[in-house]
Design a protein around this ligand. Structure first.
Ligand code: NAD
Ligand code: IMJ
Length: 256
C-alpha cells in the first residue's frame, strides 16, 4: 500500500521516552513516509530524545517548553524558515501536580489548577498560533485527550477539568483555522501504561475494567492511537475537524 504521509512534514511535541504515545505516533508517521520534527521539554530530556530521534530517523530535534513563549516563538521562526510547509502537528502534552491527582478535587489549589490548565490546555492554543503560519498549504493539528474530560474518573481531578478545556479549545481552534484548511481534532485514548500513567493508584484495575467491559474486550494499544493520528494527518481525514475521536476499545459507549 502506498504511504499515507509521503513527503509530508510533521511536528511531534511530547516525546519523552519510548513509552510516550508521541513516540509511537512519530514511529507510525515515519512508517508512512513523513519527515518528522521532534521537540523535547528541556535539557533533562535532550540526550534521550536525541537518541530516539536518531533511531526514528527524525530530521530535526528542537527544545520547546510550552510554558516559555520564547521557546514557542523560536520554534515558529524555525518552522517558517523550513523548505517545505508543515502539514501535521501532534500535541501530546499534559501535566498537573502529583498531589492534585490523589487528594480530593475540592482541595485543588489555585496554583495547581492554573498549572494544569497552562500546560495541558492553553499550550494547544499557544502551539496552534506558533505553527499555523508554517502550515501554508493547510494541515492537521492533533491533541490527546482522555474520558476524564466529560466523566468523573477517580483521581483524574484537575486533569479532567484541563481536558474539558482542551476539548473546547479544539472546537474553537477548528472554527478559526478551518478557513485556512487547518483541521484541529483530539484523540481520546483509553488508558495506556506510559510515564504519565505510572504510579496511578489501581491502574491495573482500570485496565482490567476495560478488558471486562469495553466492546473490544482488550486495553487500548499506543499503536491504535498512532494509526488514528496517521488517518487524521493524512488526506483521508480531510473532512474531519473540531472532533474528539475515541480510540478506547469502545469503552465510552457502555452504560450499565
Ligand atoms: P508522557 O509522560 O510520555 O507524555 C507527556 C509529555 O508531556 C512528556 O513528553 C512531557 O515532557 C511533556 N510535557 C510536560 N510538560 C511540558 C512542558 N512544559 N513543555 C513541553 N512538554 C511538556 O505520557 P503520555 O501518556 O504519552 O501522554 C501524552 C498525552 O496523552 C497527554 O496529553 C496525556 O494526557 C494523553 N493521554 C494519555 C493516556 C494514558 O493512559 N497514558 C490516555 C489518554 C490521553
Ligand atoms: C492520571 C491520573 C489519575 C488517573 C488517571 C490518569 N487515569 C489515566 C491517567 C485513569 C488513564 C493518565 N492520563 C490520561 C493522563 O492524562 C495523565 C496525566 C498526568 C500524569 C501525571 C503523573 C506524574 C505527575 N504529573 C502528571 N500530570 C499529568 O507528576
Amino acid at each position: 500500500m502506498s504511504q499515507l504521509l509521503q513527503g509530508k512534514s510533521a511536528l511531534v511535541l511530547g516525546l519523552a521516552n519510548r513509552w510516550s504515545i508521541a513516540y509511537t505516533i512519530a514511529k507510525a508517521y515515519r512508517r508512512e513516509g513523513a519527515n518528522v520534527i521532534l521537540t523535547y521539554q528541556g535539557e533533562r530530556q535532550k540526550v534521550t530524545v536525541e537518541e530516539l530521534a536518531e533511531e526514528l530517523g527524525a530530521s530535526r530535534v528542537l527544545s520547546c517548553d510550552v510554558t516559555q513563549q520564547a521557546d514557542l516563538d523560536r520554534l515558529s521562526e524555525i518552522l517558517r524558515a523550513e523548505g517545505e510547509p508543515l502539514r501535521a502537528v501532534v500535541h501530546s502534552i499534559a501535566f498537573a501536580n502529583k498531589e492534585d491527582l490523589s487528594r480530593p478535587f475540592l482541595e485543588t489549589s489555585r496554583d495547581g489548577y492554573l498549572l494544569a490548565q497552562e500546560i495541558s490546555s492553553y499550550s494547544l492554543v499557544a502551539v496552534a498560533r506558533a505553527v499555523a503560519p508554517a502550515m501554508a498549504q493547510g494541515g492537521s493539528i492533533i491533541t490527546l485527550s482522555y474520558l476524564g474530560a466529560t466523566r468523573v474518573m477517580t483521581n483524574y481531578n484537575v486533569m479532567g477539568v484541563a481536558k474539558a478545556a482542551l476539548e473546547a479549545c479544539v472546537r474553537y481552534l477548528a472554527s478559526e483555522l478551518g478557513p485556512q484548511n487547518i483541521r484541529v481534532n483530539a484523540i481520546s485514548a483509553g488508558p495506556i501504561k506510559t510515564a504519565s500513567a505510572r504510579g496511578i493508584k489501581d491502574f491495573s484495575k482500570i485496565l482490567d475494567r476495560v478488558t471486562e467491559t469495553a466492546p473490544l474486550r482488550r486495553p487500548t494499544e499506543a499503536g491504535e492511537v498512532a494509526d488514528t493520528a496517521v488517518f487524521l494527518a493524512s488526506d483521508l481525514g480531510r473532512g474531519v475537524t473540531g472532533n474528539v475521536l475515541f480510540v478506547d476499545s469502545g469503552y465510552q459507549v457502555m452504560g450499565f
